[in-house]
Design a protein around this ligand. Structure first.
Ligand SMILES: Cc1ncc(COP(=O)(O)O)c(C=O)c1O
Length: 496
């Protein structure tokens, strides 16, 4: 049986209470064990992932030592202790210098950078003749790199699904500034799948010749929906460049770039293996990179620059996109992290996340108040069809009123359950899910320069209500989701 995160340690309660508490705990344990056996029968594939239970107690033991139920893997992945040890050991024996020089210590740092690039390509099964790896701070800076460098122009188009992270939405600022048009396609309710008819019309409608960029997430950070990777080829056949935001998908699923060939793929490594933070990459197809024009240059990006000749020569490789001195001490840690995931197997992680998410969704949908009203509303697919391990929801009291997600988050904190409340940096999916319309929002943005944020919120008249997200990842176990369901059940017949 998996460790129980909320199990009380001996001596934590008074002797008078401890006997009845022990009995309650025993009872709770038996209930969980029964639930676990039923779960295993409904999801037999889970048994093949049991090595993750061992790793949970060795490499991720801090979760249970600290009695944490961590359910925010879409926010950040968790690192294994051995990743840290390997990295610290390496740093304590190596002398690494700034990679922009050619002294011995710099050469060593460059070697680690090149090893890490090679490892990233191998991990995503990307042909080095087709793709290159540009190191960035995170997925957002990879996205900004595309936005600022893409050849947006009059007649060109930036097309997005409404389901996108804000760091993708932000690219529209660059597109509009250069005169390209920006178009969103809608989502289908209640699952929040993209409207494929509308999408195909938009892909067909754009004028031939002009530069066109289509951006979508491989997996939504809001609803967990996995949008079809087949769109990549369909869009490219129609002359589009494709930006596939894989920041969320890559955390618990494979992405095979020998099968799928998006032009730009932003990644944040901490989402996959937790450590280090502050380093990500842009996987970019070499032929798409040739179409990018950097709006500036800086230290590290150029081979040569002159003040008197007023010109510069950009580095033709990935370094041409890497501004300033990177977090070069972290390059070896990227290699360790990818090796770590490789040693577990990303397919194993995917299977575990799918089994646990399926159970979590089924259980949430079974929760009703005694008056027959549902306790939880899920936003996104209500089963495991085309989705990953991100579950978005709101809780409703027995009168049918929504319980504020921030209150829920605080109450979960008291139980040491880490969720995420808010708008999840994905306004399009949230607005669609919650029925917030354009006409509700547009007036609120008028005269925004002269409004405080509070005045701005008042204009929305409570329509900015957020949602609550639980997301699973490589160190999740049955006890985590069981504990969350127990927490959810405490709101049955809730009146506040
Ligand atoms: C789908 C998606 N894209 C982009 C990002 C931005 O990632 P970062 O904050 O690491 O730059 C996130 C972060 O949650 C995400 O989920």
């Amino acid at each position: 049986m998996a460790p129980i995160p909320w199990k009380r340690e001996k001596g934590e309660e008074s002797p008078a209470l401890s006997k009845s508490m022990d009995q309650n705990l025993q009872l709770e344990l038996r209930h969980m064990e029964t639930a676990f056996e039923t779960f295993r029968r409904t999801c037999p594939a889970y048994d093949a992932t049991r090595k993750l239970d061992e790793l949970r107690s060795t490499e991720y033991g801090r979760l249970d030592r600290d009695k944490q139920v961590y359910l925010d893997y879409t926010g950040a992945g968790l690192y294994a202790e051995s990743q840290l040890k390997q990295h610290m050991e390496l740093l304590s024996k190596e002398v690494l210098g700034n990679p922009h020089s050619k002294n011995l210590t710099s050469i060593r740092a460059i070697q680690y950078a090149e090893r890490a690039r090679k490892k990233v390509l191998q991990y995503f099964n990307a042909d080095p003749d087709e793709y290159m790896v540009v190191f960035t701070n995170n997925a957002s800076s990879a996205l900004k790199l595309v936005g600022e460098s893409y050849l947006f122009e009059m007649g060109g188009v930036f097309l997005l699904t409404s389901d996108n992270h804000n760091s993708v939405n932000g690219i529209r600022e660059f597109a509009q500034a250069k005169g390209a048009s920006v178009r969103y396609t809608g989502l289908r309710l209640p699952e929040l799948y993209a409207d494929e008819t509308e999408l195909r019309e938009a892909l067909d409608a754009a004028c031939p010749g002009a530069h066109k960029l289509f951006a979508y997430p491989a997996q939504s950070n809001f609803s967990g929906v996995r949008h079809p990777l087949e769109w990549i080829g369909e869009a490219q056949d129609r002359g589009w460049d494709v930006l596939l935001d894989a920041a969320s998908l890559a955390a618990s699923s494979p992405l095979d770039l020998s099968r799928w060939h998006p032009d730009f793929v932003p990644i944040s490594f901490y989402k996959i293996f937790g450590y280090p933070t502050g380093i990500g990459c842009l996987l970019v197809r070499r032929k798409a990179a040739a179409k990018l024009r950097r709006p500036w240059y800086g230290g590290g990006t150029i081979v040569f620059s002159s003040v008197s000749a007023f010109d510069h020569y950009l580095n033709p490789g990935p370094a041409g996109f890497e501004d300033g001195t990177a977090d070069f001490l972290s390059y070896p840690a990227v290699e360790f992290g990818l090796d770590w995931i490789g040693s577990i197997g990303i397919d194993t992680i995917q299977t575990r996340v799918a089994c646990l998410t399926g159970w979590l969704i089924d259980q949430l949908l079974l929760l009703y108040h005694r008056n027959g009203k549902p306790l939880v509303r899920l936003y996104g697919p209500q089963n495991m069809d085309r989705r990953g391990g991100t579950v978005q929801m709101n809780f409703f009291n027995a009168s049918g009123a929504m319980i504020d997600c921030y209150t829920m988050e605080k109450l979960a904190n008291q139980e040491r359950i880490s969720l995420r409340a808010g708008d999840h940096c994905n306004p399009g999916a949230r607005e669609a899910a919650m029925g917030i319309r354009r006409e509700d929002l547009v007036p609120c943005f008028s005269d925004k320069e002269h409004k405080t944020y509070e005045q701005f919120l008042n204009g929305l008249e409570g329509k900015m209500t957020g949602t609550l997200r639980a997301s699973l990842g490589l160190a999740s176990n049955f006890a985590d989701v069981y504990r969350f369901i127990q927490f959810a059940k405490t709101f049955i017949d809730y009146r506040a």
